[in-house]
Design a protein around this ligand. Structure first.
Ligand SMILES: Nc1nc2c(ncn2[C@@H]2O[C@H](COP(=O)(O)OP(=O)(O)OP(=O)(O)O)[C@@H](O)[C@H]2O)c(=O)[nH]1
Ligand SMILES: [Mg+2]
Length: 458
């Protein structure tokens, strides 16, 4: 889509509430003619004469036929979400009524909105920057308290402000370096190299910490896959049930009970952990179990958090160490859990293999389940979350930050040996990538990619 030259004058219309039956449905119009078009189908006060931020009761009529009794909210440009004239019509939430009214508005000159087009206009009209526009989508998709908070922080501009500050500093330097280019014959130095070095180091420290925040940001936004693995009969399914506090998985004394993987979401302090109960790992006794074990291995290979459960009564130290070694991979956290401690006497409890890295529990009696939950949580969230830190949650932002970091590393490497023109190129590259995040630098492809993922009406 050609965003830059998009016909802004066109008034767009879409259903802003979900498709389907509801108590009310809201139709949103935005554009120069929004109020005029709404007024042409409205029986009540003359909407074109009403002040901004007012609500009006009346009827939507199509050639004298009343379609619905509605409330119309007016937002006069630029005091609206899109900075254009915006009208929101609250109707009764019948699919038929809503469709009829939208059709009527299209007949009177509005155009059906594309996905994300309201937010796109808000961006193009300077109401939001690009990362804030993306936060709107995240906020709507947020399914936990933590993901809602992170999106809200981004929407409020926390991330944007931080990037803008970095950009402004770099721009100052870039212009000094450029100035040197104009005087290249005279061998002058306007941009102090030591100061530039310091600036690049400071900037990269901030960028580095933003890059590192992605792991947590991503966990908050998308949840954390958590595989429960171990030998047959160790009590994996019993543990799943205990963590969920519901009888979700079949438990039996027969080894090899769980065949297929079972997934359920457990929310711990606002973060979603996708628990995956798996078939116990052993030489399978039949084809179905074999497939199950294979699935277990696939899940283990894809996950960064494994709860390894073992039967504290049955397992030997060697077996335990073998199991742990076979699960170890770079970037993977293994939480070892000694289960069935209710069957152990005091002495056996004290001689449990391993150390403080093992959480002793009784899944059956729901003993120490809260301690385990705390360990699961802190494996994803290392520091206390305050709710207003900036976390990178978007892969596009992560990539742009990594490219910025690379460009700045080139600046740093070149400071003492390269000429101003090369230095200027690398600083400009860094600025370019930073600008991509907030949308100071955009292309149609980039915008298309972002806004086409929105749903219609946003
Ligand atoms: N005493 C005691 N028994 C337990 C405990 N946890 C599980 N069990 C028993 O151990 C047996 C196996 O439990 P499951 O949860 O089915 O074990 P699993 O690891 O899912 O087994 P598979 O699905 O076959 O791999 C059942 O008889 C459970 O009642 C526990 O904490 N204490
Ligand atoms: Mg099981």
């Amino acid at each position: 889509m050609d965003y830059m030259t998009n016909h802004h004058e066109e008034t767009i219309v879409a259903l802003a509430t979900p498709n389907g039956i509801g108590a009310i449905g809201v139709i949103r119009l935005s554009g120069t003619d929004a109020i005029r078009i709404a007024n042409s189908v409205f029986k009540g006060k003359d909407l074109t004469q009403q002040p901004s931020h007012t609500i009006h009761f009346g009827h939507i009529v199509d050639n004298q036929v009343v379609l619905d009794e509605v409330l119309v909210s007016l937002f006069v440009a630029p005091r609206s979400y899109t900075r254009e004239n915006v009208v929101e019509i609250s109707c009764h939430g019948s699919v038929f009524i809503l469709e009829s009214i939208i059709k009527l508005l299209v007949k009177r000159g509005a155009r059906s909105a594309n996905p994300g087009e309201f937010t796109l206009r808000a961006f193009l009209n300077g109401q939001l920057d690009l990362s804030q526009a993306e936060a709107v989508a995240d906020l709507i998709a947020a399914n936990s308290k933590a993901s809602q908070q992170v999106a809200l922080q981004q929407l409020r501009g926390g991330f944007s402000n931080q990037l803008q500050t970095l950009r402004n500093e770099l721009i100052k330097f870039a212009s000094l370096v450029e100035l040197e280019l104009d005087f290249s014959e005279e061998d002058v130095e306007f941009a102090n190299r030591d100061q530039l070095k310091q600036l690049v180091l400071d900037t990269n420290r901030v960028i580095g910490s933003l890059i590192r925040s992605f792991e947590l940001g991503n966990a908050i936004k998308h949840g954390v896959n958590t595989v429960i693995a171990g030998r047959p009969n160790a009590g994996k399914s019993t543990l799943l049930n205990a963590l969920l506090n519901e009888e979700r998985a079949i438990v039996s004394h027969i080894p090899g009970t769980t065949r297929d993987t079972i997934e359920e979401v457990l929310n711990i302090k606002g973060i979603n952990f996708r628990l995956i109960d798996t078939a116990g790992i052993r030489e399978a006794t039949d084809t179905i179990e074999q497939i199950g074990v294979q699935r277990t291995m696939e899940k283990i290979a894809q996950t960064a958090l494994i709860i390894y459960v073992f039967d504290a009564v049955q397992i030997s130290v060697n077996e335990l160490n073998d199991d742990l070694r076979s699960l170890e991979r770079p970037g993977v956290t293994i939480l070892a859990v000694a289960n069935k401690i209710d069957l152990l006497n005091e002495a056996q409890l004290l001689s449990l293999p391993g150390s403080e890295n093992i959480t002793p529990i009784s899944a059956k009696n729901k003993q120490h389940i809260d301690e385990l939950k705390a360990r699961i949580y802190s494996s994803a969230v290392k520091d206390q979350l305050t709710g207003d830190e900036t976390l990178v949650t978007n892969i596009r932002h992560l990539e742009a930050l990594q490219k910025t970091e690379d460009a700045l590393a080139r600046v740093l490497n070149g400071i003492d040996h390269v000429t101003s023109d090369f230095l200027a190129i690398d600083i400009k590259q860094a600025l370019h990538y930073l600008g991509e995040i907030t949308g100071t630098v955009t292309t149609d492809d980039l915008l298309d990619n972002i806004f086409s993922k929105f749903c219609i009406g946003k």
